[in-house]
Design a protein around this ligand. Structure first.
Ligand code: TPP
Ligand code: SF4
Ligand code: MG
Length: 283
């Protein structure tokens, strides 16, 4: 906490929450990449994870619940030189924000999406999220969740995402190295980060994850989409962590010449005469 150019401020998170290591890894990743605070924008929606922009010394934006993706996309379109990173929750990303999640993958805007996936709504005290396992009892789903869990990695792959990874907040070095690769990736990069919520998810604990996770090693090739889909479906007794898929793809900016070429939009001076000419059509 407190030190370095990406210094963090006091948080309102519970002691022992996995969000702390994610915040520390984010700082380490930005330092490793040689970024400066003014070059980075961290965006969240609403939730515990979504408070991340308030705790790190970068540009920050806290949106509405489920609305982290639209301002992140808008910022990248306005300023292509900005490193845009979303740090927000599983509910914010896959539930309320599910529609934005889906369609930004289709557009492939060059932003990085770190989902703090505690498989629960933490801020609102423990209701089931889209990634809560089937049958898990919660403060609201007292008879057990009835809905099939959403598989974010498989969904992202099916939609054509070029970078899909899973990490664990309990392995900071591994998490940081994945964050570095995700931020470097040109295009939409999803990292689903397993993160214990010590207060409201008494099932998916640090020990629960630690017993099940294993790291993908050098025998695994992240360029093979079918293999990636198989890995994405592994869940239960064994849960893979690492870069599941990594393939170059043309981005939203690559496809739109006026965004791709020349200065970022924010640095361009509008041609007032052309605007006046254009407005005549509406007179
Ligand atoms: C439109 C809207 N619906 C619902 C809420 C209430 N709400 C706030 S945070 C949240 C869930 C947060 O869960 P998640 O995104 O997983 O973040 P976490 O707190 O677990 O980090 C909900 C349902 C809200 N603020 N706005
Ligand atoms: S409620 Fe859960 S997610 Fe929120 S700060 Fe506490 S431990 Fe973390
Ligand atoms: Mg959550």
């Amino acid at each position: 906490m407190g030190e370095g150019k990406f210094y963090t401020t006091e948080t309102a998170w519970c002691p022992g929450c996995g969000d702390y290591s994610i915040l520390e890894s984010l700082k380490d990743a930005l330092n490793r990449l040689g970024k400066e605070p003014h070059e980075v924008l961290v965006v969240g929606g609403i939730g515990q994870a979504a408070k991340t922009p308030q705790y790190i010394n970068t540009n920050g934006f806290c949106g509405l619940h489920g609305r982290a993706v639209p301002p992140a996309v808008a910022a990248k379109i306005a300023n292509k030189d900005l490193t845009v990173i979303i740090n927000t929750g599983d509910g914010d990303s896959y539930g309320e924000g599910g529609n934005h999640f889906i369609h930004n993958i289709r557009r492939n805007v060059d932003i990085t999406h770190f989902v703090h996936d505690n498989q629960i709504y933490g801020l609102t005290k423990g209701q089931a999220s889209p990634t809560t396992d089937l049958g898990q009892t919660t403060s609201v789903q007292t008879m057990g969740t009835m809905n099939n869990p959403l598989n974010p990695l498989l969904l992202a792959l099916a939609l054509g995402a070029g970078f899909v990874a899973r990490a664990f907040s309990g392995d900071r070095e591994h998490l940081t190295s994945i964050m570095v690769e995700a931020i470097k990736y040109k295009g939409y990069a999803l990292v689903d980060i397993l993160q214990p919520c010590v207060s409201f998810n008494k099932v998916n604990t640090f020990q629960w994850y630690s017993k099940r996770i294993y790291k993908l090693d050098e025998t695994y090739h992240p360029s093979n989409k079918m293999a990636a889909m198989e890995k994405a479906m592994e869940w239960g007794d064994k849960i893979p962590i690492g870069i599941i898929y990594n393939q170059e793809k043309s981005t939203y900016h690559d496809k739109i010449g006026f965004l791709r070429d020349g200065k970022p939009l924010v640095d361009r001076v509008p041609d007032i005469e052309k605007i006046k000419e254009f407005m005549k059509d509406f007179e």
